[in-house]
Design a protein around this ligand. Structure first.
Ligand SMILES: [Zn+2]
Ligand SMILES: [Zn+2]
Ligand SMILES: [Zn+2]
Ligand SMILES: [Zn+2]
Length: 359
């Protein structure tokens, strides 16, 4: 195949759509580790390679002329290696998607120059392929359509939605007009369709950046868990689900949260056995240094089974005041300790690095 003189951006865009379709991507952020696993490609880290070959990270970087990562094709399967000593998770995600781009665009198969090493490619040819896959990575991780539909116009909003690095977010914003130009209308239609549900969900939901609580409530001003006002329209992967009591439509506990009394009076607000207020709502009292005082500005809103605060006015909830719900930080800490980071499976670590193609 003749080497392209310029990056083939419309080809990149159709590969991006092929990727969404084949990998069944319908929400963000996209997980490159999962894509690699699903395709049975090998995955290895620079740290593993240093141990295996008894060399330093910098000699791996020198050998493959890449600080971030590379892909090797042995004629049958691909192995991606990435520099796991880089502390920026967003940058690692971009690197992996960049390498996946080389695979999706068939670079290692079509361009014989990539056999042996990148050093056999002229700098100019290398740049063409790199531009293609950087565009691929950018448009897979943070598609122009989503950025546009959700009106994301800051680096922070992009980082929160797509888990990319600050510099990738800056490029994303800058390249928006160019990427739209390269998206032919059938491709735009496809993406709008593919992500319709995700876009709608983002628009109608809130995520609290403080306690990571995710909930559906278009009008919420305050987070029901931590009472903060830092709410975003986001559907993310790091969201917390806080434990909740089961309540009926009138926010009344079905079983008493304190004494487990199951025969609660369906009209009353108080448990007949232990005296607990069994409706979770915006409280009309407030704790202070000198005990409880009544407040007049309670809005009386009925709340969810895990709400510590009123989503309208930020008052404490009746459940929280009765210590039926812990401080959110306690539950947050517990969950964090449970999280086990995905163990990266042993890739097909290349035993012999010669005679393989890599980019
Ligand atoms: Zn919160
Ligand atoms: Zn009770
Ligand atoms: Zn209220
Ligand atoms: Zn590359």
């Amino acid at each position: 195949m003749n080497f392209p003189k310029f990056a083939r951006y419309s080809k990149v865009m159709s590969s991006v759509n092929r990727f969404f379709l084949k990998e069944k991507i319908i929400s963000f952020p996209v997980d490159p580790f999962l894509v690699i696993k699903n395709n049975n490609w090998g995955l290895t880290t620079y740290s593993e390679l240093t141990e295996l070959h008894g060399v330093s990270i910098s000699s791996i970087i020198d050998a493959f002329q890449s600080e971030d990562g590379y892909t090797i094709f042995d004629g049958t399967n691909y192995t991606i290696a990435y520099n796991d000593t880089i502390q920026n998770y967003g940058r690692i995600r971009f690197t992996l998607m960049h390498e996946i781009g080389h695979i999706y665009l068939n670079h290692l198969v079509e361009f014989q120059e990539t056999i042996l090493s990148r050093s056999q490619l002229t700098e100019k040819k290398y740049k063409v392929l790199e531009n293609e896959v950087n565009s691929f990575a950018r448009n897979v991780l943070a598609p122009a359509i989503i950025v546009n539909q959700l009106n994301l116009n800051s680096q922070k909003a992009l980082i929160d939605h797509f888990h990319i690095s600050y510099s990738a977010a800056s490029v994303r914003l800058r390249a928006l007009p160019q990427d739209f130009q390269n998206l032919l209308s059938p491709l735009i239609r496809f993406q709008k369709n593919q992500f319709e549900e995700f876009i709608n969900k983002c628009k109608s939901s809130k995520k609290c950046t403080t306690c990571k609580h995710f909930f559906l409530n278009v009008g919420a001003v305050y987070c029901p868990i931590c009472g903060d006002k830092n709410l975003l329209n986001i559907k993310g992967v790091d969201e917390m689900i806080y434990k909740a009591y089961f309540l009926d439509d009138a926010s009344r506990a079905v079983i008493c949260p304190r004494c487990q009394n199951e025969s609660l009076n369906h009209e009353g607000n108080i448990c007949g056995v232990c005296g607990t207020h069994i409706v979770n709502m915006c409280a009309d009292t407030q704790r202070g240094n000198s005990g409880w005082s009544n407040i007049s500005d309670s809005c009386g809103k009925l709340l969810d089974g895990n709400s510590r605060y009123c989503t309208n006015c930020g008052n404490e909830s009746t459940f929280y005041q009765q210590d039926l719900l812990t401080d959110w930080e306690v539950e947050y800490e517990e969950k964090q300790n449970e999280v086990h980071y995905k163990e990266i499976e042993d890739g097909n670590t290349p035993a012999n690095l010669n005679n393989r193609r890599f980019l």
